[in-house]
Design a protein around this ligand. Structure first.
Ligand code: G1P
Length: 326
């Protein structure tokens, strides 16, 4: 049994501009975009709750009150459902998840991921904590955050989720430099000796990318405070971690499971399709629909027409299972 501090606080940065998803994110925060009927941010909060976290600190921006509304109790809807005899709760977190305390802190300007996290410092204090980036959705048996917490209990230090990526994708991630020779599918935590944010394939120190889940020791606060902004004016967490690993232990855990980069248009679509396929009500009709469009060019044929055709394609036919009320 480890006597390390129990990790009970999570920081979820949700104050970015969401530029990769414009125009959808002009008025709606990226973190509120739905994936399989549930906003992105809810996946992160549920993963935290399922990993034993009891307090989640959401870092938001002034116009992101929709996020606060989403997590506020839905009293009006509840009474309406009750009057209509519907056995349904409008409240967000799944009924079997533990009660979780949600707090908010403002990031006045989008000055980078490390800056966003440091806005939560007064609420986190001097204890280790986890960070979950809400645009990375994880589909795993054991939540990735819980995999990091378990590793921390065994080896201590700060711990981050990593995974091998294709050579053409290293420019999309923070990439780690590992101690010792690189091994494919390593077992157990790997010591990290450096990181570079979104390098070219020539500069990449390995092919192991950082995947939006971090467990950080409180020594990160001083390091962030001393980290300079990059040429775009953003203080990168990757740069802070690159300094941290020169002073203290930083491990990478090759997590088990699937991930989706839902902050990117293609990843967002994949997440929607694949997570909808996990829904027992949607699976069969969706598979039927997908196999139908895969074997014909129907949608693109109608998109070229000024009107009419599209609704024909998208409207369910009588008797078609996709017209069932879900
Ligand atoms: C951020 C991090 C990057 C990490 C990625 C994971 O980048 O800066 O190091 O690999 O998340 O998804 P972003 O995708 O927010 O630009």
């Amino acid at each position: 049994m480890s006597n390390r501090t129990k990790i009970v606080k999570a920081v979820i940065p949700a104050a970015g501009l969401g530029t990769r998803m414009l125009p959808a994110t002009k008025a709606v925060p990226k973190e509120m975009l739905p994936v399989a009927g549930k906003p992105l941010i809810q996946y992160a909060v549920e993963e935290a709750a399922a990993s034993g976290i009891d307090t989640v600190i959401l870092v938001i921006r002034g116009n992101k009150s929709l996020i606060q509304e989403h997590f506020a109790p839905g009293h009006d809807l509840k009474s309406r459902f009750y009057q209509q005899g519907l056995n349904k709760s409008p409240d967000c977190l799944c009924p079997d998840s533990k009660p979780i305390n949600i707090k908010y802190v403002q990031q006045e300007s989008p000055l980078g991921l490390a800056h966003a996290i440091s806005c939560a410092q007064p609420l986190v204090g001097d204890e280790p904590f986890v960070v979950l980036l809400p645009d990375v959705i994880m589909l795993t048996h054991e939540p990735v955050t819980s995999q990091l917490i378990r590793t921390h209990a065994e080896v201590g230090g700060s711990v981050i989720a990593i995974r091998e990526v294709e050579p053409q994708d290293v420019k999309r991630f923070g990439i780690v430099q590992l101690q010792g020779p690189a091994v494919s599918s390593p077992r157990g935590p790997l010591r990290i000796t450096g990181l570079i944010e979104k390098p070219s394939s020539e500069r990449a120190p390995s092919r192991f990318g950082v995947f939006g889940r971090y467990l950080l020791e409180p020594s990160i606060w001083n390091v962030i405070a001393q980290t300079h902004a990059d040429p775009r004016g953003e203080v990168q967490l990757t740069d802070a971690l690159s300094t941290l690993c020169q002073q203290a232990s930083l491990f990478g855990v090759c997590f088990d499971g699937w991930h989706y980069d839902a902050g990117d248009r293609m990843g967002y679509l994949q997440a929607n399709i694949e997570l909808s396929l996990e829904d027992p009500h949607l699976r069969e009709p969706l598979l039927h629909y997908l196999s139908g469009i895969a074997s014909s060019q129907s949608a693109s044929k109608f998109l070229a027409q000024p009107s009419g055709g599209r609704s024909q394609v998208l409207t369910s036919q009588p008797g078609d299972s996709s017209s069932r009320k879900l």
